[in-house]
Design a protein around this ligand. Structure first.
Ligand SMILES: *[C@@H]1O[C@H](CO)[C@@H](O)[C@H](O)[C@H]1NC(C)=O
Ligand SMILES: *[C@@H]1O[C@H](CO)[C@@H](O)[C@H](O)[C@H]1NC(C)=O
Ligand SMILES: *[C@@H]1O[C@H](CO)[C@@H](O)[C@H](O)[C@H]1NC(C)=O
Ligand SMILES: *[C@@H]1O[C@H](CO)[C@@H](O)[C@H](O)[C@H]1NC(C)=O
Ligand SMILES: *[C@@H]1O[C@H](CO)[C@@H](O)[C@H](O)[C@H]1NC(C)=O
Ligand SMILES: *[C@@H]1O[C@H](CO)[C@@H](O)[C@H](O)[C@H]1NC(C)=O
Ligand SMILES: *[C@@H]1O[C@H](CO)[C@@H](O)[C@H](O)[C@H]1NC(C)=O
Ligand SMILES: *[C@@H]1O[C@H](CO)[C@@H](O)[C@H](O)[C@H]1NC(C)=O
Ligand SMILES: *[C@@H]1O[C@H](CO)[C@@H](O)[C@H](O)[C@H]1NC(C)=O
Ligand SMILES: *[C@@H]1O[C@H](CO)[C@@H](O)[C@H](O)[C@H]1NC(C)=O
Ligand SMILES: *[C@@H]1O[C@H](CO)[C@@H](O)[C@H](O)[C@H]1NC(C)=O
Ligand SMILES: *[C@@H]1O[C@H](CO)[C@@H](O)[C@H](O)[C@H]1NC(C)=O
Length: 690
């Protein structure tokens, strides 16, 4: 086993008392929290293991993947090419150590797979090369003597994400056998946390599937927080794999996927960062990922599309996602040191992208045309314009947070207003009732731009454009299949990344049932898919239910290349907290917040998260068959929030009491909720039918 340093006393003092005497990855100092911020019955939904060292739970047959026996148990492999499959029961990743007793000579082979249907003597693909003949293959421990052997994977062969480990024997001797004695996997993700279950946020509701979906997003984000020296090596190997690329400074960094690409992709962080904040709360990994983008900013002000060692370039949309990521990070942390350090570079980035806005249209003309995998990008692409709108809005907040006195916030806000007008003028398809893919007469009405238009407020609910939002929400339904929304800008594909924006679009305008339906179809389908990991969220899949994301349009990847633990698909995790429980931060650190529940078909829901101001939590509970409900919140004193009481499910007028006393002259009408401003603390409200 690896030599490790125990957690430091500082970490113990800083984070609580029930310290487990566990250590972190390699010799890293443990800086993660030691205890969950909100212990409770929901913790049974946490997929993360209780220890940084884990073992498989069962043995499967290679022939048909049915369970042979539990593990630990007996595991005898005899003859060339024979194998046993070890199932960890969920996504894991790291370095395995295997002890075994051999007869004769030969090699112990190890092959890995995230999905059940790519189990075999050849690993699923993490390098994009075709198998067989190229691709990941297997790794071997060659033995020449009978007796006991111990094999530990070398660090470069760290396998970032898998559920199944196939152990097999390659030998020239008919009498050679292997008996597996022990298998232990040192978890390689979230390297600075000794307790992988020390979540800083939680969610719980009356719908167990939604609960598991929330926790599968959270666990995915944990598997995407990786040691900074375990990025995928570039150029990718033709055969085999190497995860020894340098990703960023610091110790831990958020990448796009556990198995691959194992690189910083800021577009993914548009979903992954809000979801991280409400669940595990690991913003150190986010800071290092963003810093790496600033450290590799180009001379023209553009950011790379992906961090090192890949350093993919030329994506205007991902450039803007780095800027939006900066906003989200500072919103959640108020890390003014980070903001000050990078402010000039942020301004340079803003100049770079805004210079692509041309008159007379006033629309952004995209020239860095790489993007999330949509089929077409460039010119006045609507999605890019929606992202620019959000970049300008968030830039205005950043400017005031930075203490800018040169009027930048006003400049950015008026640019956003002008851009919104231009988008609504040139990109809106009035007869159809949704945005086109760009300002030309195209019949493509994309899922990404339309979802973002509503979510980012290019068609605000509280304006004369509100009917556009409702029309978009209805039109989006036409893309739906029984297993998720087909994305028109990448036909035959379902993108849980873009669907993460779609669910938040429906929720933004109160289409709760649509959002919950789409979550259940998409993420529910994957969670229950017997070929999936049962514990994470997948990068994408095809409308025919196979995992060959993007393969229908000329990409030459092996179907097994898809990542089954991709943080960009974790949208339900933040959506359920921010919109269903309804608790979200609006000012830095939650100094201001909103609580605006949406009941949908649920009976109760609650959630919480932490900032340096303290713990924030809230919940609600429908009672008396919808004739009343209770709502509570417990947030730091000194903060201030807007609470919106929804209408009663019974459709009746409701009278309101707060902290046990009648809320004078306040009621919830049959059609309209009630919004009011409140201070922090621990409060509860009951609304009862009149
Ligand atoms: C961990 O520390 C031990 C003892 O100082 C050292 O031998 C070992 O090489 C270190 N491992 C790594 C990965 O740095
Ligand atoms: C699966 O294969 C094993 C042999 O590895 C066999 O014993 C078992 O009957 C098979 N099960 C099914 C359901 O086909
Ligand atoms: C099998 O025999 C060949 C030829 O002697 C040798 O090159 C090879 O390494 C052997 N393979 C194993 C797994 O022992
Ligand atoms: C799982 O994979 C197998 C093998 O590819 C396939 O036959 C089966 O239909 C898949 N199951 C689902 C639910 O997709
Ligand atoms: C170990 O065994 C594997 C499988 O037979 C073989 O491909 C590889 O070349 C062997 N490695 C060494 C160093 O002998
Ligand atoms: C080999 O390992 C097995 C299982 O751990 C153990 O029972 C046995 O005593 C070991 N043999 C030797 C020679 O160390
Ligand atoms: C680490 O920081 C230095 C100094 O800012 C920078 O030059 C270097 O590129 C960074 N390394 C990585 C991997 O981002
Ligand atoms: C707009 O972008 C396209 C590439 O997407 C480029 O060919 C064209 O010259 C640009 N137009 C202007 C006015 O910059
Ligand atoms: C507009 O969008 C359609 C659909 O994506 C695409 O085929 C067309 O090339 C785009 N035109 C311009 C000028 O961007
Ligand atoms: C954020 O940090 C700045 C600078 O330290 C401070 O002035 C401001 O009050 C902080 N905001 C909050 C909400 O704590
Ligand atoms: C909901 O409220 C009822 C009545 O106050 C209470 O008995 C029940 O425990 C609550 N349930 C939850 C999940 O809060
Ligand atoms: C509450 O909403 C009102 C109206 O939109 C707004 O003026 C006020 O600033 C909000 N308060 C907080 C704490 O966000």
């Amino acid at each position: 086993m690896r030599l490790v340093r125990p957690v430091t006393l500082t970490a113990l003092v800083g984070f609580g008392t029930s310290a487990q005497a566990q250590s972190c990855w390699e010799n890293l100092t443990c800086t993660g929290p030691l205890d969950a911020a909100f212990p409770g019955e929901w913790s049974t939904n946490i997929f993360a293991p209780s220890s940084r060292t884990v073992a498989p739970t069962s043995i499967l047959s290679l022939a048909n993947t049915s369970v042979i026996s539990a593990w630990p148990g007996s595991a005898h492999i005899a003859g060339n090419g024979s194998a046993l499959v070890f199932d960890f029961g969920k996504e894991v990743g790291g370095l395995a150590t295997i002890t075994y007793t051999a007869q004769g000579s030969g090699a112990l082979g190890l092959a890995f797979s995230e999905a059940n249907n790519y189990i075999g003597l050849w690993s699923d693909s993490s390098n994009g090369k075709f198998a067989p003949g190229g691709g990941d293959g297997a790794i071997y421990d060659n033995f020449t003597t009978a007796g006991n052997h111990t094999y530990t994977m070398d660090k470069a062969h760290l396998r970032g994400g898998f559920r199944y480990l196939t152990l097999f024997l390659i030998t020239n001797e008919t009498s050679s056998t292997i008996d597996i004695n022990t298998i232990s996997l040192e978890i390689g993700f979230q390297p600075t946390w000794s307790n992988l279950q020390a979540y800083q946020g939680y969610f719980h509701s009356s719908d167990d599937d939604l609960n598991k979906i929330w926790y599968s997003g959270a666990y995915t984000l944990q598997t995407n927080a990786v040691p900074v020296d375990t990025g995928r090596w570039v150029p990718t190997l033709a055969v085999g794999w190497a995860n020894n690329g340098s990703l960023s400074n610091g110790t831990t960094v958020i990448v796009d996927g556990a198995k691959r690409d194992r690189a910083v992709w800021p577009g993914d962080m548009g979903v992954a960062v809000p979801a991280t904040f409400v669940s595990i709360g690991d913003l150190d990994s986010v800071a290092n990922a963003l810093q790496t983008m600033y450290d590799h900013q180009n001379h023209d002000g553009s950011f790379p599309e992906a961090g090192p060692p890949l350093l993919q370039q030329s994506s205007d949309t991902y450039h803007m996602w780095s800027m939006i990521g900066t906003y989200n990070y500072v919103l959640y942390t108020n890390d003014t040191v980070f903001l000050t350090k990078n402010w000039d570079r942020y301004l340079h980035a803003m100049e770079f992208i805004y210079a692509k806005v041309h008159q007379p249209s006033g629309l952004l003309n995209v020239t860095g045309i790489r993007d999330w995998a949509r089929w077409q990008q460039g010119f006045n692409n609507s999605e890019a314009n929606m992202i620019l709108y959000h970049t300008l809005q968030t830039g205005a907040d950043l400017a005031s947070w930075h203490g800018d006195t040169t009027g930048l916030a006003d400049t950015y806000r008026s640019r956003a207003v002008n851009l919104s007008a231009a988008i609504n003028q040139y990109c809106w398809d009035a007869p159809f009732g949704a945005f086109k893919d760009n300002a030309t007469n195209t019949s493509l009405h994309p899922q990404d731009a339309n979802s973002m238009a509503v979510y980012f407020g290019v068609v605000p609910a509280s304006s004369s454009l509100s009917s556009r939002g409702q029309s978009i929400s209805s039109r989006l339904l036409e893309n739906w299949t029984p297993i998720g929304a087909e994305t028109p800008e990448l036909p035959n594909n379902i993108s849980p990344f873009i669907s993460s924006f779609e669910i938040q679009a429906h929720l933004t305008i109160g289409q709760t049932d649509r959002a919950l339906d789409l979550i259940r179809r998409t993420w529910g389908w994957y969670l229950h898919n017997p070929n999936g990991t049962g514990s994470t969220v997948i990068e994408g899949y095809l409308t025919n239910g196979s995992f060959g994301y993007r393969n229908s349009r000329g990409y030459s990847y092996d179907d097994s290349y898809v990542s089954h633990a991709h943080g960009w698909s974790a949208g339900p995790t933040s959506a359920l907290t921010n919109y269903i429980v309804g608790l979200s931060v609006t000012g830095r650190l939650g100094s201001t917040w909103t609580l605006k529940p949406q009941f949908g078909d649920l009976e109760h829901a609650q959630a919480g998260f932490v900032t340096s101001l303290g713990k924030f939590s809230a919940g609600w509970n429908i009672t008396n068959g919808g004739r009343s409900y209770s709502l509570w919140w417990n947030v730091p004193a000194g903060t201030i929030g807007n609470v919106t009481l929804p209408t009663l499910p019974s459709g009746k007028t409701g009278k309101v009491s707060i902290d046990g006393k009648s809320f004078k002259n306040k009621s919830v009408s049959k059609t309209n909720g009630l919004t009011f401003e409140v201070g922090g603390g621990n409060h509860s409200i009951v609304v009862v039918s009149k």
